[in-house]
Design a protein around this ligand. Structure first.
Ligand SMILES: *Cc1c(COP(=O)(O)O)cnc(C)c1O
Length: 359
């Protein structure tokens, strides 16, 4: 079998064990003579899968009954619009913190629907740092405060949730959910597209404090969180295969130390890669030390004219998808839960060798 080291930002690497489990059940799932993709979402066996997945993510993240957990579609991008529609009324102000590409996209959607107050914008540092907290302009009666917990493109991550003075905190956790323990009770709403740290694309997880949802807001049923929550995320056909795969990933995380285990593992992987970057004069990462991501690590070469050569040789060595986002260039290693320490070791050795032959 030829598996490579996959540093894709998303859709991203999945644990091999999970892929093999899915493969084993693909044509004859649980002795049914069908795959999980071929059964009704309302059938008993699928409902059991759906309920187990919800129970497992609740256990992993220690989510209380004050919160609904929804398994939706449309990606994190659709949430950029559904959140203002469901958590605020027209005319109300929402606070948004801008720290990079994804929070900028969320800002655009927020502005299309509501009055938005930009709390702070990291443009001055080219989004390599977060503006000093004492410079933030908060709205005391904002409907909520939105931020991106991990900027997947810039590689900038919050290692603790921001203080909002009682305003409900909304976090885009697409690329950091399940990577470490967090206190869900600090949040009004957490959302994440699945394709980074949860499972295949097509599924979006939304965790929302029930008391923030108001009857009939918005009027459309299919865009209404309360209706989705009360309908068990089955108002219409959910992405059943992605939901099933997410469940396999949750079980895999449980077998591997839960979020405590993931946190320690991810921190040590990131530390090793940052040490390699910082220890060389050839590679650089621009992000402020306090905000360096454990999940997405962008880096540049001292000789950018060698970028193409670096990528070609990396691929030849089985190190895939290291090209930085088209908006920033350079390289990016995305090192989600499913990326092993062997992958980090192989990347670091490759980088050292490439530096020796090119510096
Ligand atoms: C990938 C990503 C998104 C967009 O997700 P889609 O599922 O493509 O809509 C939004 N925010 C963050 C932080 C991301 O990493």
């Amino acid at each position: 079998m030829a598996r490579v080291f996959n540093f894709s930002a998303g859709p991203a690497a999945l644990p091999l064990e999970v892929l093999e489990e899915a493969q084993a059940g693909l044509t004859d799932w649980q002795g049914s003579g069908m795959s999980v993709m071929e059964v009704s979402h309302r059938s008993k066996p699928f409902i059991a899968v759906a309920e187990q997945a919800e129970a497992d993510i609740r256990e992993l993240m220690n989510i209380s009954d004050d919160y609904s957990v929804m398994f939706l579609q449309g990606g994190a991008t659709q949430q950029f619009a559904l959140i203002p529609m469901n958590l605020s009324d027209e005319g109300q102000t929402i606070d948004q913190l801008v720290t990079g590409s994804w929070s900028k996209k969320a800002l655009k959607e927020g502005k299309a629907l509501r009055n938005v107050n930009v709390v702070a914008d990291g443009a001055d540092s080219n989004y390599a740092d977060v503006p000093a907290i004492d410079s933030w302009q908060l709205t005391s009666d904002a409907a909520y405060f939105h931020y991106c917990a991990n900027e997947t493109i810039g590689g900038l991550e919050f290692h603790a949730p921001p203080e909002t003075g009682g305003v409900p905190l909304v976090a885009d956790m697409s690329s950091t959910i399940l990577s470490r323990p967090i206190d869900v009770n600090k949040f009004g709403l957490i959302y994440a597209g699945a394709q980074k740290n949860i499972g295949p694309a097509g599924l979006t997880i939304v965790i929302v404090r029930k008391d923030l949802l108001k009857e009939g807001r918005p009027g459309s049923n299919i865009l209404n969180y309360k209706a989705h929550a009360e309908g068990g995320s089955m108002m219409n056909t959910p992405p059943t295969f992605a939901w099933y795969m997410a469940g396999l990933v949750f079980a895999w995380i449980k077998r591997n130390g839960g979020l405590e285990g993931m946190g320690e593992f991810n921190q040590s992987k990131a530390a090793k890669l940052y040490a390699a970057i910082d220890g060389s004069d050839f590679y650089a990462n621009p992000v402020a030390l306090d905000y360096r991501s454990w999940m997405n690590i962008p880096f540049t070469l001292a000789k950018p004219e060698l970028d193409g050569d670096f990528l070609a040789k990396a691929e030849a060595a089985g190190l895939m998808n290291l090209k930085g986002h088209r908006s920033v260039g350079g390289m990016r290693a995305s090192i989600y839960n499913a990326v092993s320490m062997d992958a980090i070791d192989a990347l670091v050795s490759f980088m050292e060798e490439f530096e020796r032959s090119n510096a």
